[in-house]
Design a protein. Structure first.
Length: 556
């Protein structure tokens, strides 16, 4: 194995590295360990929330696999912010910012220790793109394993996800359910470890990780508490040693065609709008040319073939039982919607990796491309005077594709939520939440609390919501997010007033407000950028350095 430790030998070998070896030996490593390839195991474990709670167990199995294949694992940790816990409060501003911190910290530890290879374990929304960004930057042989989805909760004969708790808020405040039912949903929605159960952001990005080639095909969709998860974790440990032998790096995997495959996976599964943000960011790390409008073009030609929440009936665990990501991949490939020659971390191409896919008899989760759930994918990119750089709409989450109404303008999420729970938002309104973008928030909070409360109040198809912030993958309804330029950068959303006539037209891919050029100019002439909410610390640093959401909200 000595020829495979070309990176780490700089740290571990030679007379002058005695101090380094002494420190390694202090924590239990031996001379034999230090002569082997050193594999960093980047763990995003935290004790806060279910998404990453079980990752210590998987890390142990990965390390067993590394040792069995002749390597020396060195585990380290990074941060994670639970979107489900922080949703709707000031702490949610930390979520997107954590993506950059995750990528930065993994990069620093990997570079600082000259690892020969890297295995990343992720669980929730920002850990998935964060680890992929780090793998791309360091460009050593690397792979990622997603911790897996939570199992469905059950209450009154209904399968539950965390989405149901958010919608229960709107239903309860609107008097549609009792306190007993409200608490019953809360107490049963999340039965154990694993990431949120629908095709929300975590499971969307898990799917992306396989389709783009950075995770072994079929590994990510194994649910968190399934005994098979330990087996695939061990195999990841063994596989990283094969990657080092072949010197297969992320730069050899992340091509333009790989990104097109990833976008097709989002479209075909009705995935989260956050995939737009994260794939744009990853493409910039990889030096791959990708534009926000590419998502619209690929989504428009890709059918929806997975009936998954929030728009559909089923959860990620159900999709795994039906045949999983490999079956979705094979159906898209056979239909001509994927580039089958793209390589993956297994050493196989996409076509080779999904060839063994098996469909469970009588399954009703994964459709065929000949008879899809919907003819066109779930994402649309809107432009117009309200979104010159673009806005992202999850059209799979609503059957309403044209909407006109008067603006109800709010300068933060809390004010909008107060209006919804006070029942002052009425059918036909267009709720506008601004100064929640990457720079203005800062941190581009998700608006699931508001959209879920609107849906829970029975107004999901009667009220639209626009924001320069983001939406959760669990959001459903008439919602356009990522509006750019954002209000804090002088975007037109920043000068909207109550009563302005707003139109959403999906067929024309247009988001506009009925204001004359003269009126726009007059309003912009008196507009002033708000005082930054944070003047010091990580939030202030992020606000000063972050790019537009149309470019992935990256900080380099």
């Amino acid at each position: 194995m000595s020829e495979l430790n070309q990176n780490s030998r700089v740290v571990t070998q030679g007379v002058n590295r005695s101090a380094a070896r002494a420190m390694f030996k202090a924590v239990g490593f031996t001379d034999d360990d230090l002569r082997k390839p050193i594999i960093g195991v980047a763990n995003t474990w935290i004790e806060i929330g279910p998404c990453n709670f079980h990752l210590r167990r998987l890390a142990a199995k990965i390390k067993e696999g590394i040792r069995a294949a002749g390597g020396t694992p060195m585990e380290f940790n990074t941060v994670s912010i639970s979107d489900g816990i922080t949703m709707g409060v000031e702490g949610m501003k930390a979520s997107l910012i954590s993506r950059e911190v995750i990528a930065d910290s993994i990069e620093l530890v990997t570079r600082g220790n000259h690892f020969d290879g890297l295995v990343c374990i992720s669980g929730c929304d920002k850990t998935n793109p964060g680890v992929m960004m780090a793998m791309t930057r360091v460009d050593v042989p690397a792979l990622a394993l997603y911790g897996g989805s939570i199992n469905p909760g059950h209450y009154q004969g209904k399968s539950l996800t965390v989405q149901d708790t958010f919608e229960a808020v709107g239903a309860y405040t609107a008097g549609k359910i009792s306190e007993e039912e409200y608490m019953g949903i809360e107490n049963n929605a999340c039965p154990g470890a694993g990431a949120c159960g629908g095709q929300f952001t975590a499971n969307t990005m898990s799917t992306v990780m396989e389709f783009i080639g950075l995770s072994p095909i079929g590994f990510n969709s194994v649910p968190a508490t399934d005994p098979e998860k330990d087996k695939v974790a061990f195999e990841c440990g063994r596989l990283i040693m094969e990657l080092i032998k072949r010197d297969l790096r992320p730069s050899q995997i992340l091509s333009r065609k790989a990104f097109e495959n990833a976008i097709a996976s989002v479209a075909a599964t009705g995935g989260s709008t956050n995939a737009v943000l994260h794939l744009l960011a990853l493409a910039r790390e990889a030096g791959v040319e990708l534009h926000i409008d590419d998502f619209d073009a690929i989504s428009a030609r890709t059918p929806v073939i997975a009936d998954l929440k929030p728009a559909g009936k089923y959860m990620a665990a159900d999709m795994h039982a039906a045949g999983g990501i490999p079956l979705v991949m094979k159906r898209l490939l056979d239909g001509g919607y994927l580039h089958g020659d793209c390589p993956t971390v297994t050493g196989q191409t996409i076509a080779e990796a999904c060839a063994p896919a098996q469909e469970t008899p009588q399954q009703t989760v994964i459709y065929t491309v000949e008879q899809p759930l919907k003819e066109h994918g779930g994402l649309a990119i809107l432009h117009g005077n309200l979104a010159e750089e673009g806005g992202v709409m999850k059209i799979s989450a609503s059957n309403v594709h044209q909407f006109k109404g008067p603006a109800r303008v709010f300068n933060c999420e809390e004010d909008a939520m107060a209006a919804v729970t006070a029942n002052t938002i009425k059918a036909g309104d267009v709720v506008v939440i601004r100064y929640e973008g990457p720079k203005g928030g800062p941190g581009m909070r998700e608006m699931l609390g508001v959209t879920a409360a609107i849906a829970g109040a029975g107004l999901g198809d009667q009220v639209a919501l626009l924001t320069d912030g983001r939406f959760s993958g669990a959001t459903r309804g008439i919602s356009v997010g990522h509006i750019a330029p954002e209000a804090a950068r002088g975007g037109l959303i920043g000068v909207l007033q109550d009563g302005d006539a707003i139109e959403i037209n999906v067929a024309e891919r247009r988001l506009s407000v009925a204001l004359s050029d003269a009126e726009v100019a007059a309003r912009k002439a008196v507009w002033q950028a708000p005082t930054p909410r944070y003047k010091t610390g990580v939030m202030a640093k992020y606000s000063r350095s972050v790019s537009s959401s149309s470019e992935g909200a990256i900080t380099n």
